[in-house]
Design a protein around this ligand. Structure first.
Ligand code: PMP
Length: 447
């Protein structure tokens, strides 16, 4: 081999499927992450077909989904052939009560959003065929951004094609070299991925643990750039971030705070304007992020903040600049949803009525619902296989719910996520609670 030839690092899978690994459910956790180790100092270069063989072998060893399917409890990718209404029609024609959706205000199948989307397609076509930065900015993008900035009480807002892209693009862009990004342990995956792409040091603190956050802040240089990123309403547990304490810490340690309000917008705060408004802390919250895939009944997301920061993001945030802009239909639907959110407070009031009813009913029946303060009600199971069984049994009895397992949460916190919509009736909630109570008792999760 010539001296200059690179030594080859062969990707070798940790034997995920090896017999020595524990059985499910712990194995599910391991298998969720395909892990690789480097077999160092390999002396021969592999040819293309050998490399492809290795890749196929790695993937072929990932058989956990097939094994869960064989158990008859696989809970993912269930095809639906209707809108996200309280009753959805599955692809096989089965009708089920939907308690696994994020359409909190029940707007994703609203005729007004659909008409607005159709009208936008008629006028602008189906795609912007480019990024906001270059050819993909429409007048309706700018109109929506102006309305959003006003709604959340910030100077400016800019929209991205998904909420995931907002966090990816904002956290990576603002996580500058020499700086620090502080993350709650239960922050959404896209915040974590954004921090991984940043040049800042990342510091995690246990969920809502302000004492640890303070300790970690105190250990950083006073003049280093510090960004604390939290969910407003936590997507799986349904609790609200302790923003007043976070803002206090920001003031004490010279830090900025960004709130991901994917699950807070439309649900809490004045007119549903989110967590910062809920606490009366809009001015102290530096950046407010939202998605359109939940209460807004659409797809896309936005970041709102001071005009200087927005100017920086608009010219440096890579998932904004290098990705096609929100489609006309998505913009029009989100914009119509925002108008409805502001003008029809009765939707939010009904959402809270069914939410309080469900929270009480579950608690009265002995469920462990954690610290929820929102329409997201966690029903703790603390066992992966049982959680999947519950989802299957509920589905067979006509209730669609979703499991939350590792790596989204540790095995000890495995839960069923039960989510309310403004279009649910009290009777539908009662029916689901009754069925779930029987199932949880049958499996010995509650007494
Ligand atoms: N943040 C949070 C807290 C979320 O729950 C989600 C989606 N589940 C996102 C961001 C990503 O949003 P989107 O689905 O619009 O990409």
């Amino acid at each position: 081999m010539p001296k200059s030839a690179p030594t080859c690092d062969v990707l070798k899978p940790i034997a995920m499927a090896s017999p020595s690994l524990p059985r499910l459910p712990a194995r599910w956790q391991v298998a969720n992450k395909i892990k690789f180790v480097y077999l160092q100092r390999c002396t021969t270069l592999l040819n293309l077909s050998q490399m492809k063989k290795i890749l196929n072998e790695i993937c072929a060893k990932y058989t956990v989904p097939q094994e869960v399917k064989a158990l008859g409890i696989y809970p993912y990718y269930r095809p639906i052939s209707s809108g996200q209404d309280p009753v959805v029609t599955m692809a096989d024609g089965k009708k089920v009560l939907m308690f696994g959706s994020n359409s909190y205000l029940g707007l994703s199948d609203d005729p007004r959003l659909k008409e607005a989307a159709i009208a936008a397609i008629r006028k602008y076509g189906t795609s912007c065929s480019g990024s906001r930065f270059l050819n993909g900015t429409l007048d309706i993008h700018e109109e929506l951004e102006a309305k959003l900035a006003k709604f959340v009480g910030k100077d400016e807002a800019v929209t991205y094609s998904t909420g995931f892209q907002v966090n990816l693009g904002v956290v990576s862009c603002l996580g500058v070299k020499g700086g620090y990004v502080f993350l709650d342990a239960l922050d959404h995956a896209c915040i974590i991925d954004g921090s991984r792409l940043s040049f800042s040091e990342v510091r995690k603190f246990p969920h809502n643990d302000m004492a640890v956050l303070e300790k970690k802040l105190a250990l950083t240089p006073p003049d280093a750039l510090k960004l604390i990123v939290v969910d407003g309403v936590y997507s799986m547990e349904g609790d609200i971030a302790p923003l007043p304490q976070i803002v206090e810490l920001c003031k004490k340690y010279n830090a900025s705070v960004m709130v991901d309000d994917a699950h807070g917008l439309g649900v809490i705060g004045e007119n549903g304007s989110g967590t910062a408004s809920h606490y009366g802390l809009t001015a102290d919250t530096d950046l407010i992020m939202g998605t359109f895939s939940k209460s807004f009944g659409s797809l896309g997301g936005f970041i709102a903040g001071d005009k200087e920061v927005l100017n920086y993001l608009k010219h440096n945030s890579r998932s904004l600049i290098f990705s096609a802009s929100m489609t006309p239909a998505a913009v029009a639907a989100a914009s119509t949803a925002l108008d409805i959110m502001i003008n029809e407070p009765e939707r939010r009031e009904h959402l809270w009525k069914v939410t309080r009813h469900a929270q009480k009913a579950f608690k009265d029946n002995g469920f462990d619902t954690g610290h929820t303060q929102s329409p997201i009600i966690p029903l703790f199971v603390r066992d992966t296989i049982k959680a999947m069984k519950i989802v299957r049994m509920a589905y067979e009895q006509g209730v669609f719910i979703t499991p939350v397992i590792a790596p989204a949460v540790p095995e000890s916190d495995v839960l069923i996520r039960f989510a309310l919509m403004a279009t649910h009736t009290i009777e539908q909630v009662d029916e689901a609670v009754e069925k779930l109570t029987k199932i949880f008792k049958e499996l010995g999760v509650i007494e």
